[in-house]
Design a binder for this molecule. Structure first.
Ligand SMILES: [Zn+2]
Length: 322
């Protein structure tokens, strides 16, 4: 059925090896098409229909149709979402766009688009994008970290997202901060129900909250670096604490996954000092006499989600099967 749809829709199977990526966010849905060389051929974004699952699927289907009209042929489709899909149930859970939770979004999209669709979470898309043609290109094992409103992670091995039965590989943001000091215990309450999660220290709100507790001063996370550069000792101290915590949290990852490259994304990845300071701190926590893991900044920035979604399919796939 899918093949006949493809043939009637476009006349002939595509030969361009195009991949369409969809980034389904809480406020916007973005679609992008890459050609087989990874070059961007189409991009469009629309606001996410608020709290309306069916309208969200409709918006994705419309964007895919517009992209394929522009390309002149059918393409593979990958989708990045918040949350994760349970392999056992096929249902999405843990998305902050709660209308998506409990829905079989992959099956529903596959039906609407008349093809197999790959869906993974946005942190995995980030990691895959950076591993495919970004800051982690050429590396075998890439750990992608998003340090933003929340803290997420994804693991790519040999160009493929590590995707286990629970769909949570790399999600270490709700592990406890490792090797906590006495003044870091028990830590702040986290929305997940526990205390002292890595996310409560290393997200943007986590950094701002830590600075507020230390100083009584409410500062946006993006104002703390300029404060430090302007000679504010309290801002500098907050960044020093942040770097020490990030070093311990990443040392945990290195001990477990031993990535060649760790790529940082999200708003706090723009703190350029992290890339020198954190590797200088993580040595004592890594179970090795030397640490060759590289810590690098993302290359694709805000486009990583949508690019990684496109990379969920290999270049040879023409988008028809399924
Ligand atoms: Zn948590």
């Amino acid at each position: 059925m899918a093949a006949s749809h493809r043939d009637t829709a476009t006349g002939a199977p595509g030969t361009g090896g195009y991949r369409i990526g969809v980034d389904l966010g809480g406020t916007k849905i973005e679609v992008l098409a890459l050609d087989d060389g990874g070059r961007e051929r189409f991009r469009r974004r629309v606001p996410t229909p608020r709290g309306d699952y069916d309208a969200t699927l409709d918006a994705i289907a419309t964007l895919v149709a517009e992209a394929e009209a522009a390309l002149g042929e059918r393409a593979s489709v990958g989708v990045g979402t918040p949350g994760s899909i349970s392999r056992a149930t096929g249902l999405l859970r843990g998305a902050n766009s709660v209308c998506l939770n409990g829905r079989p979004i992959r099956e529903d999209l596959a039906r609407r688009l008349a093809r197999d669709v790959r869906v993974t979470n946005d942190a995995n898309c980030f990691a895959l994008s950076e591993a495919s043609d970004g800051a982690g290109v050429g590396a075998d094992v890439v750990f992608g970290v998003i340090l933003g409103t929340g803290v997420g992670g994804g693991v790519v091995v040999g160009g493929r997202v590590l995707d286990g039965p629970n769909g949570i590989a790399g999600e270490w943001g709700h592990n406890p901060l490792p090797w906590p000091r006495d003044d870091e215990r028990p830590g702040e309450a986290c929305f997940c129900g526990r205390r002292g999660c890595i996310e409560t220290f290393l997200s943007g709100p986590g950094l701002a909250g830590d600075h507020r507790r230390a100083t009584g001063e409410m500062l946006a996370p993006e104002a703390i670096l300029p404060g430090a550069l302007a000679g504010d000792d309290a801002c500098e101290a907050s960044l020093v604490r942040y770097e020490a915590r990030l070093a311990r949290a990443l040392a945990h990852v290195i001990n477990l996954v031993d990535p060649d490259v760790i790529v940082l994304g999200g708003g706090l990845s723009n703190l350029d000092r992290l890339y020198a300071n954190v590797p200088a701190l993580w040595g004592p926590w890594v179970f090795s006499d030397r640490v060759d893991t590289r810590l690098v900044k993302h290359r694709h920035g805000d486009s990583s989600g949508v690019r990684g979604a496109a990379w969920l399919w290999p270049a040879t796939h023409r988008g028809g099967a399924g």
